[in-house]
Design a binder for this molecule. Structure first.
Ligand SMILES: Cc1cc2nc3c(=O)[nH]c(=O)nc-3n(C[C@H](O)[C@H](O)[C@H](O)COP(=O)(O)OP(=O)(O)OC[C@H]3O[C@@H](n4cnc5c(N)ncnc54)[C@H](O)[C@@H]3O)c2cc1C
Length: 349
């Protein structure tokens, strides 16, 4: 069986890895280098947070999210076995904290109500913390905040996943970088492969092949900043209740933190604005004034591809399978989405 996968973002990689694991011959087509830093997968924060996202996400996203949360450890373990360097990808599943300053109490109560009512039938732990308890588990959260500890939630280092999966994909599959496939080239590939899996993410906006049936794919711009701050240490990622954006701070290896992300209805990739920079950095400072001495490593802008209901879709027509619309949930739902794709391929054999 020969499968062509188009797009080496979150879904394309997970699908290719899963197919390779079953002995399928995979050709991966990517418009940039596999090490490119221009896709949403590279820019993103790597949170796998079905509880927090349930406040606003489509119920299907929550289902796929819980499923994926249990799939990630197996995927990473298998990838380390294939990895020529045998490196583990940074993955933490210590839950997350949602915190609010005194001003943002109503927002925190609303958030708590939303997640509790959406997850009434799930086995989740949503625990209110006193100041002393916050101090116990996250001593570097300064100033008085109210918080809830949410479990299970996890995060991985998206950059180390991309680096490790690149090593595996270059070794195990036929990867073709710097091939920007047009819709007509995708149709031609259908003649030479048993299956073609289209995972172009925002590359499919305005150029879709079979997903038009469910409405237009749009772009939602997100801005993030990475800082280096050895003076602050966080054991888990935190969400900060904010009147305009759901802002989070995600600790990464080597004292690096990602603070993000804005949500702007636009597919523009112009550089981060002053307003967004102020809002993101203010949030860092509000959590711990020691962030004032952090160095800014990078700012990035990414575009999330989303359908009108902000839910992902996997469609099959003939031997073309198209997966897109993962919006802000690529890491959260990617493993379950790629499992759906692989199931489609297996069912028809
Ligand atoms: C700021 C920000 C923060 C985020 N944080 C999180 C988070 O914490 N947790 C989470 O779950 N999600 C997060 N996301 C969302 C996540 O990054 C996306 O949902 C995910 O990357 C989508 O995966 P994908 O494979 O569909 O697309 P992508 O990851 O964008 O990959 C698409 C790939 O296809 C390639 N491509 C495009 N067009 C073509 C073409 N014509 N031919 C060949 N190749 C092509 C692209 O170069 C790219 O490599 C975040 C997104 C942003 C922008």
């Amino acid at each position: 069986m020969k499968v062509a996968v188009i797009g080496a973002g979150v879904v394309g990689r997970l699908t290719a890895l899963s197919l390779l694991n079953q002995g399928t011959q995979v050709s991966l087509f990517e418009k940039s280098e596999l090490t490119s830093n221009h896709n949403a997968a590279f820019v993103s924060a790597g949170m796998i947070s079905p509880i927090s996202e349930s406040a606003h996400a489509h119920p299907e996203v929550v289902d796929l999210g819980f499923k994926s949360l249990s799939l990630w450890p197996k995927i990473l373990q298998r990838m380390a076995e294939y990895d020529p360097l045998g490196r583990d990808v940074y993955f933490r599943d210590d839950g997350s904290l949602v915190v609010a300053s005194a001003h943002e109490q109503p927002g925190l109560q609303q958030f708590h109500y939303d997640i509790k009512s959406k997850l009434a039938t799930r086995d989740v732990d949503i625990k209110p913390l006193t100041n002393a308890q916050i101090n116990d588990i996250e001593p570097d959260i300064k100033n008085s905040h109210s918080a809830f500890l949410l479990q299970p939630e996890a995060q991985l280092c998206n950059r180390s996943f991309l680096t490790a999966s690149t090593r595996v994909l270059l070794e195990e599959c036929h990867s073709i970088s710097q091939q920007q496939l047009t819709v007509s080239k995708i149709k031609k590939l259908q003649d030479s492969f048993d299956y073609v899996v289209d995972c172009r993410g925002e590359g499919a906006i305005d150029k879709e092949t079979i997903q038009q049936d469910i409405g237009p794919l749009r772009g939602v711009r997100g801005e993030v900043i990475r800082v280096h701050c050895p003076d602050v240490s966080l054991n888990r990622f935190i969400r900060v209740i904010h009147p305009r954006h759901p802002i989070y701070i995600v600790p990464k290896p080597n004292s690096t933190f990602v603070v993000g992300a804005t949500e702007v209805e636009s597919k523009s990739t112009h550089p981060i604005t002053v307003r967004s920079t102020l809002e993101l950095l203010n949030t860092l400072y509000s959590i711990n004034p020691a962030f004032a001495e952090a160095t800014i490593l990078e700012s990035h802008v990414g575009v999330r591809a989303a359908y009108l209901d902000n839910a992902p879709s996997v469609l099959k027509k003939g031997n073309l399978i198209s997966a897109n619309g993962l919006y802000r949930h690529g890491w959260l739902t990617g493993p379950a989405i790629s499992q759906k794709i692989v199931n489609h391929i297996q069912e028809s054999n």
